[in-house]
Design a protein around this ligand. Structure first.
Ligand code: PLP
Length: 376
């Protein structure tokens, strides 16, 4: 009998280096934003080549901060895919904007430039493309569309730290971009985020908005209205260690992704996500579509493998009722109905991936049938 596994969906890769880095903050007696934050900003600048990097407490507040910096007309429309995490829309709503939801491509799970263009009205004030599941599909074309129509583009690159599109880092192709460093991301600080931009005026607005309307702490003269979006040096110390491991994370996740793909290819009724060939890829999960999704999830959970569905589409979210126009977006709906996410983090071994693959194979093609097919 197969041994029960114990594989969770999300698990950060943490070891002694993070512990030492955090201990260093205590030794320096410096807990608030300080040397580790400055170093992290520099490292993110080098990685992304963004001219301005503003740290934020998390990706959600990073998106909110970026929208505040854009200072868009109240009630204007922000176009975004329905297939994304709730934060893309909640940031817009809290910034006084109206999310306009569009469907995604059935293969890349991302909204195409055509989908954005079709939804443009006289009230459109921004595009929010989302780089989902570790790729930055269509990043350049959506940014170009924004430029052509003079509509700012805020890239939700929460899931795409380290991912480049034709050599340009996700979140730097549009007007602004946001990264997340939540515990399930390829680089984590527990909670954390960063806003990226090349625009000097936006860079300055971000700086003021995130620090009580002043460039530097220690003064009580506030030239603008701002809030406190600062981070702690302990978070940043963890982030700095993690960033140095990004290439290892990329290689390991790509290897496990290939193991899943090779093991599952050809099974009846399974569909994988297609990756835009111009985008790099750092798998965020192993997303899979199957009409038999509930059965698969049940078998995996029973064997000790934690699974997740895909996102519940924004256009169906109860909390957005009355705030968005009713629409029917069949691809986003199907992704929720048939989608399953398999774990790919550093804590899953190649052997466990092989076991998960075996379990899916035996669920979809039961042994007795395989025997009959072979005999027949
Ligand atoms: C697409 C997307 N946008 C925004 C966020 C929000 O980031 P955070 O969890 O850091 O607030 C996430 C987080 O998972 C995300 O996946």
């Amino acid at each position: 009998m197969q041994q029960r596994m114990s594989v969770c969906q999300v698990q950060p890769w943490l070891d002694a280096a993070e512990q030492e880095a955090v201990a260093g903050c205590f030794e320096r007696q410096w807990l608030t934003e300080g040397p580790q934050a400055a170093y992290l900003r520099d490292q993110l600048g080098t990685l992304t080549q963004a001219a301005h990097v503003a740290l934020a407490p998390n990706g959600t507040l990073g998106l909110f901060l970026a929208l505040l910096a854009l200072d868009l007309p109240r009630g204007s429309e922000v176009i975004m895919p329905s297939f994304t995490f709730m934060a893309t829309a909640s940031a817009a709503v809290f910034a006084g904007l109206k999310p306009v939801l569009v469907d995604v491509d059935p293969h890349t799970f991302s909204a195409t430039p055509e989908a954005f263009e079709r939804a443009v009205t006289a009230r459109t004030s921004a595009f929010m493309p989302v780089h989902i599941y570790g790729q930055a599909a269509y990043a350049e074309d959506v940014a170009a569309l924004g430029e052509r129509l003079d509509i700012p583009v805020l890239e939700d690159a929460a899931q795409a730290c380290g991912v480049r599109y034709r050599g340009r880092h996700a979140g730097t192709l549009g007007t602004l971009g946001v990264l997340s460093f939540f515990a399930d991301k390829s680089v984590t600080m527990g909670e954390g985020g960063a806003v990226l931009t090349d625009d000097a005026a936006l860079g300055r607005r971000l700086k003021l908005l995130r620090n009580q309307g002043r460039e530097h702490s220690g003064t009580f003269v506030h030239e603008a209205l701002g809030m406190n979006f600062r981070v702690t040096d302990m978070q940043c110390a963890v982030g700095n260690v993690q960033l140095a491991r990004l290439e290892q994370v990329r290689a390991d996740r790509l290897r496990r992704y290939a193991l899943y793909e090779e093991g599952l290819r050809g099974l009846p009724g399974l569909e994988f996500m297609a990756v835009d060939p111009d985008s790099e890829f750092i798998p965020f999960r192993f997303p899979l579509l199957s009409r038999r999704m509930p059965e698969l999830r049940q078998a995996l959970e029973a064997a000790g493998v934690q699974t997740r569905s895909m996102f519940y589409p924004l256009h169906l979210q109860p909390c957005l009722k009355g705030l968005i126009d009713p629409v029917s977006l069949p691809v986003s709906e199907r992704l929720y109905e048939q989608g399953i996410c398999l774990p790919i983090h550093q804590g899953v071994t190649d052997e466990e991936v092989a076991q998960i693959v075996g379990l899916i194979r035996s669920t979809l093609v039961p042994r007795v049938n395989r025997g009959l097919v072979a005999v027949g």
